[in-house]
Design a binder for this molecule. Structure first.
Ligand SMILES: Cc1ncc(COP(=O)(O)O)c(C=O)c1O
Length: 426
């Protein structure tokens, strides 16, 4: 099983047989409040009727068609709708099946873009510490979590990493973007003083570090990264697999922060988690570079059997309808202040070392037990689950990312469960 202690799971399996709205349902009928939107996915809530119906209809109409030399209308309709929802200037979409594939597609498109322009020296990639970009060799290489890489080397050569823009001493208990720390972006300029900038293809960051522990970008940081990339002809990629589809109250975090990348990756909330799908959205400048050749030549030797799968496109279109018609992003923005207040109220609870919130994301960092890193986080998450609330224990950090339809009462319920668990584990 992915990232799971399989033997422990066998002894004590966590199994769900159903899901609805804010809840998972166990075989015995117990309902568990979902504080994670599945795995940062189910932004409109579980089993959204509009999405369920769209998948049913699509399955009976066109089960599968290849995207190699053929396609189907919904793939183009969905691409257009997605481009319209994306930041201005990002208007060309390449479909895949997961966040990992969306990221690897972005990295390949970035290199191939420079190649297409006759600038094939630009092959180096720059990621950032603590970032997670999935498990393909590309995403793993630019990712910034050492444990994920340990068993799988060698990874891609000529990949470099920026530091996490975070100083626990100065930025603790942050609410939204820290006011200080824009200067962390200057690490890119310092790196480019060592690595000839004319050999760098792209910089990839999550606008908000997600599974690495929810770290918001300091005010001005992303703007500075953007300016440095522009100065050196380097593409900027935002991995919005977590932040896409409303976490920040806007469709993408790029829109909330007012910084537009050259390429944006998304997945998860793209179909509200209902059918696997990823997308890589690129600017017109990138698209046009590929289109300069003769009409009968393949532009991009890349793609997946299930790129633009009919069921995924139907689910994605229905998810966009749900998000837009039901005002779900605005709902997230409206409830975010309550989210922030309820979680920061845990500041004085036992063993809380830091709390970070932004949009409808949060991380509660706990003091590790002596000699047993991760044990406290796991114990707290287990207690919450026993109490009927699903949170994610990532080492000693409790990570939260609920469906965006969460109510203030449900937020309070999550905070209460965490407080009770912290007291019991103190
Ligand atoms: C920012 C980011 N990128 C990429 C991925 C990988 O997505 P997937 O698990 O769908 O391959 C994830 C997964 O959590 C992610 O958070």
């Amino acid at each position: 099983m992915p990232f799971t202690a399989a033997r422990g799971f066998r002894e004590q399996p966590m199994l769900f047989v159903g899901a609805e709205g804010m809840h998972y349902i166990e075989a015995g009928g117990r309902r568990v409040l979902d504080g994670m939107a599945g795995l940062w996915c189910v932004n409109a809530g579980h089993a959204h009727p509009r999405i369920v119906e769209a998948i049913r209809t699509a399955a009976g109409q066109l089960d599968f068609v290849s995207s190699f030399r053929m396609s189907h209308p919904a793939a183009f309709t969905f691409a257009e709708r997605l481009a319209a929802a994306a930041p201005d200037g990002l208007d060309h979409v390449f479909f895949s099946n997961s966040g990992s594939e969306a990221v690897d597609s972005a990295l390949k498109i970035a290199r191939a873009y420079h190649q297409a322009r006759g600038d094939g020296r630009r092959t180096k990639l720059i990621g950032r510490a603590k970032s997670y970009h999935g498990v393909g060799f590309g995403g793993l290489s630019v990712g910034g979590i050492a444990r994920h890489k340990r068993d799988f080397g060698p990874l891609l050569p000529e990949v470099y990493h920026l530091p996490l823009p975070h100083d626990p001493g100065r930025m603790g208990f942050s609410r939204g973007q820290p006011a200080i720390g824009a200067e962390y972006a200057d690490a890119l300029e310092a790196l480019l003083a060592v690595q000839d900038p004319a050999t760098v293809a792209a910089v990839i960051v999550e606008p908000i570090t997600g599974s690495g522990g929810v770290y918001a970008p300091p005010k001005g940081y992303l703007e500075r990264l953007r300016a440095i990339c522009d100065r050196h002809g380097i593409l900027l990629i935002f991995d919005e697999v977590i932040t896409g589809f409303g976490r920040m109250g806007t469709c993408f975090a790029a829109q909330a922060f007012g910084v537009t990348p050259d390429i944006l990756t998304c997945a998860k909330g793209l179909t509200n988690g209902s059918v696997p799908m990823g997308a890589t959205i690129a600017s017109g400048k990138i698209y046009e570079a590929f289109m300069a050749g003769p009409p009968d030549v393949v532009q991009l030797f890349h793609g997946y059997t299930y790129s633009g799968h009919p069921l995924a496109c139907a689910a994605g279109l229905a998810a966009l309808d749900a998000y837009q018609n039901e005002g779900i992003f605005a709902q997230a923005a409206a409830v975010a202040p309550h989210w922030e207040a309820a979680l920061h109220a845990l500041r004085d609870a036992p063993d809380v070392a830091d709390i970070r919130t932004i949009g409808l994301l949060a991380a509660i960092e706990l003091t590790p037990r002596a000699g047993a890193p991760g044990a406290r986080g796991t114990a707290v998450a287990d207690r919450c689950f026993a109490d009927g609330v699903l949170v994610r224990g990532a080492g000693d950090t409790i990570v939260l990312s609920p469906p965006l339809i969460i109510t203030p009462a449900e937020i309070d319920r999550i905070a209460e469960a965490i407080l009770t668990a912290l007291r019991a584990e103190a």
